[in-house]
Design a protein around this ligand. Structure first.
Ligand code: ADP
Length: 336
């Protein structure tokens, strides 16, 4: 990793299957660009994925997802020559730091995080029945960031509360044990929210309204055929309303040079939804072509992927070991 002046970024994603267009436009493209200005540490956070575990089968799926995400990341342009790309559990020091930070984190802070309450609701559980690990999610997130001495975290507006807790935990730790960690700053990023094929909800795998980056051109076209368009355009001859149609929103990303034509043909009913979707499929397939090629090539060489992740873990581990030594010393639990 070369030294860049703007600081060190940490960001992670939970492994939950292959990534989709929303992940690319809403996160990955930004991550790729950040590599130009920052030292970047990108982590597949498999331990986080365990916090909402319901059975053993799910745990095995998480392991398979790790490879899928790594393929998507590398194919999208995360560069192991410039960034540290690794799997959270491959550097177990994060679990040590998580435990130590949990000693200085009041439970009330964790219970008040809005996303905690949301997750409890989504899981159809109560605050009493969810795992201890889920309550501590922000502590593990803090450990992720500061273990690697990252000072900058790219976040969407909805994640600011998590970072605020990280800052508070760091402040408290530094107050109690002396200045050790920098308070991580949020780098607020304007990323688009990509709506799914139902035309209504955020594109996500759990809603099954997504298109995978790794989909074949045929799968992409077939998925789009099922997508919702303007609900008032019942007949082919009815003029459509692109401004309320998610297919049009997707054209903005994938056929930016053609937008005026797409708009005009819709509003004058010179083109029907079926053809409009086929045109979008062409745009997506063309734009993702190189990514998909790189992905296939990497998937055909699993040993290369393994090497990249092992190398990332080694680099991450070197930083982590130093941090843990420092922390142990601060806490008076230095290694005998
Ligand atoms: P996480 O890994 O943080 O639990 P997700 O798997 O939902 O979250 O998404 C990974 C990243 O992709 C996050 O930065 C999230 O904001 C972004 N993302 C996911 N879905 C969309 C979407 N439909 N539109 C824009 N960004 C998205």
């Amino acid at each position: 990793m070369t030294t860049k002046t703007k600081g060190r970024i940490f960001s992670g994603m939970r492994p939950s299957g292959r990534l989709h267009l929303g992940n690319l436009l809403g996160a990955l493209e930004n991550w790729v660009a950040l590599q130009d200005d920052y030292e970047c540490v990108y982590c597949i956070v498999d331990v986080h994925a365990l916090t909402t575990l319901t059975d053993g089968h799910e745990a095995r799926e998480i392991a398979a997802s790790v490879n899928e995400i790594a393929l998507d990341w590398l194919a999208a342009g995360l560069d192991p020559e410039r960034s540290i790309i690794f799997v959270q559990s491959h550097v177990p020091e994060v679990m040590t730091l998580h435990t130590l930070l949990s000693m200085v984190t009041p439970l009330g802070w964790l219970m008040r995080v809005p996303t905690f309450k949301d997750r409890v609701r989504q899981m159809d559980e109560t605050e009493e029945s969810v795992s201890y690990g889920l309550v501590g999610y922000p502590v593990l997130q803090t450990a992720d960031i500061i273990l690697y001495k990252a000072d900058t975290v790219p976040v969407g507006a909805d994640q600011v509360a998590h970072l605020e807790i990280a800052r508070e935990i760091v402040r408290r730790f530094n107050n109690m044990f002396g200045p050790t960690f920098a308070e991580p700053r949020a780098k607020l990023t304007e990323t688009p929210l990509v709506i799914g094929l139902d035309g209504h909800n955020k594109m996500s795998k759990s809603m099954d309204n997504h298109i995978e980056l790794a989909a074949t051109p045929e799968e992409t076209a077939a998925r789009l055929k099922t997508a919702f368009t303007d609900p008032q355009r019942l007949r082919r001859t009815d003029p459509g309303r692109p401004d309320v149609c998610n297919i049009y929103s997707l054209h903005k990303f994938f056929n930016p040079d053609d937008l005026k034509t797409v708009y005009d043909e819709c509003t004058t009913a010179t083109r029907g939804c079926v053809d409009c979707k086929a045109h979008l499929a062409d745009g997506i397939n063309k734009s993702l072509g190189p990514l998909r090629e790189r992905r296939q090539d990497l998937a055909a060489h699993p040993e290369r992927l393994k090497e990249i992740l092992a190398d990332g873990a080694q680099k991450a581990s070197a930083i982590a070991k130093e941090t843990i030594l420092e922390v142990r010393e601060r806490l008076g639990i230095s290694i005998p």
